[in-house]
Ligand binder design. Structure first.
Ligand code: SF4
Ligand code: SF4
Ligand code: SF4
Length: 375
């Protein structure tokens, strides 16, 4: 897509040069040289090469916080992603975290590879190979291996999700043939790889006979709900995030009491991207004895977990993560609950860096609900 078209489609042509985006941006707070306003102005002035060859192209978290304040409705994250596709076309890429292992994995999954993605399923769980409800697990089994040193067991989220679904009488399909949703490839500017993963996933799900796909990861959910239809057309099934489904049936979960004080971190792709703020809170508040306390920045004003797309993770990401963890600590909560497996990984990584300095635990919402079901 030419830059003129990117400017038009993302409403960047209407930019008023007011700087509200820059004043809101969490990246700018840590790195004052970063300015979404100035970036748009450069491209409007006909100098897109200054963006393509600038590290700031990869600094945006695509968190959408700036869009909550822009008076012209400019979709800056969409502008950035489209610009990254252009940059990649000229051979320019960001600096990948973890020696690009995630990018390598995502690339491999575009090929006809055989995978073992369901080794986490245990005997007491009810899952199926064919059926009406498909549970899209995402890359949790790979995260277990890659982030073993952080002590985060991401497949706990998958196990707890199946337990919660089973409690509602749902026996979900899980599949070894699932691929990465591709969201991170798109954020890296690889639209070709993203399209390939989207096609493979839709084919796998359609072959299972599923009419509804349930997601525990907000990024996977956002990819299916917003990006897949845009790139490959309408989907032949319904999509729903786990928190939406559980909130509708909260009375059937049989939640038991937990005497704890927790706070809730809104993942960008569940909150600002989907408007899902109240369902996770309703689930937390349904636990008898548990107190939910809000951080100063919550819901649409919530702070991002500091990094996306496994790209450009450095001092700036750590600064944002520590700020968010301190906001959680200030509430007096002993746990920060999130509904995104990636937020959990990034925050745990930051906590490992600061040691005992911030005495708070990060837990996925599925873990909290599963503990409550056991009471
Ligand atoms: S807030 Fe919107 S109008 Fe103002 S500088 Fe940023 S993009 Fe432009
Ligand atoms: S999307 Fe987030 S990180 Fe990117 S410019 Fe806007 S506020 Fe900053
Ligand atoms: S914050 Fe996330 S992306 Fe960055 S080093 Fe830690 S685990 Fe990797």
């Amino acid at each position: 897509m030419a830059f003129e078209e990117i400017l038009r489609q993302t409403r960047s042509l209407l930019c008023l040069d007011c700087g509200k985006c820059t004043g809101t941006c969490p990246v700018t707070r840590v790195d004052p040289t970063y300015s979404p306003r100035a970036t748009i102005e450069r491209v409007l002035a006909g100098r897109p090469e200054e963006l393509i060859n600038n590290d700031h192209l990869w600094a945006c978290l695509t968190c959408r916080l700036c869009t909550t304040r822009c008076p012209s409705g400019v979709d800056y994250p969409a502008f950035v992603v489209a610009a990254r596709v252009q940059a990649r076309g000229t051979g320019v890429e960001g600096t990948y975290a973890h020696n690009a292992v995630m990018q390598e994995l995502m690339g491999l999954m575009t090929l006809p590879v055989k995978q073992n993605r369901t080794g986490w399923v245990s005997g007491q769980m009810r899952t199926a190979a064919q059926g009406e409800d498909f549970y899209f697990v995402g890359c949790l089994p790979y995260f277990d291996v890659i982030f073993a040193d952080l002590g985060v067991v991401s497949t706990e989220v998958a196990r707890n999700t199946v337990r919660l679904l089973n409690r509602l009488g749902i026996t979900p399909v899980v599949s070894d043939d699932e691929r990465c949703c591709g969201s991170d490839l798109l954020l890296n500017g690889d639209e070709v790889g993203f399209r390939r993963l989207a096609e493979l996933n839709v084919r796998t799900i359609a072959e299972s006979g599923a009419k509804r796909v349930i997601f525990s990861c907000p990024e996977c959910y956002n990819a299916f709900r917003n990006d897949y239809p845009r790139v490959i057309g309408p989907l032949p099934f319904e999509v729903v995030h786990l928190t939406e489904l559980l909130a509708e049936h909260v009375g059937e979960l049989g939640l038991g009491g937990l005497e704890e004080t927790v706070t809730y971190h809104d993942p960008c792709r569940l909150g600002r991207y989907q408007g899902i703020y109240e369902e996770p809170r309703a689930l937390i508040q349904a636990i008898p004895g548990l107190e939910l306390v809000e951080m100063r920045k919550n819901r649409a004003q919530g702070l991002c977990c500091g990094t996306t797309g496994w790209v450009n993770c450095g001092q700036c990401a750590k600064g944002i993560q520590i700020t968010r963890l301190r906001q959680a600590q200030a509430t007096g909560a002993t746990r920060m609950i999130t509904a995104c497996p990636k937020c959990r990984i990034h925050f745990t990584c930051a906590l490992n860096d600061v040691g005992e300095e911030i005495p708070i635990e990060v837990e996925d919402l599925t873990g909290l609900l599963a503990r409550s079901m056991e009471e």
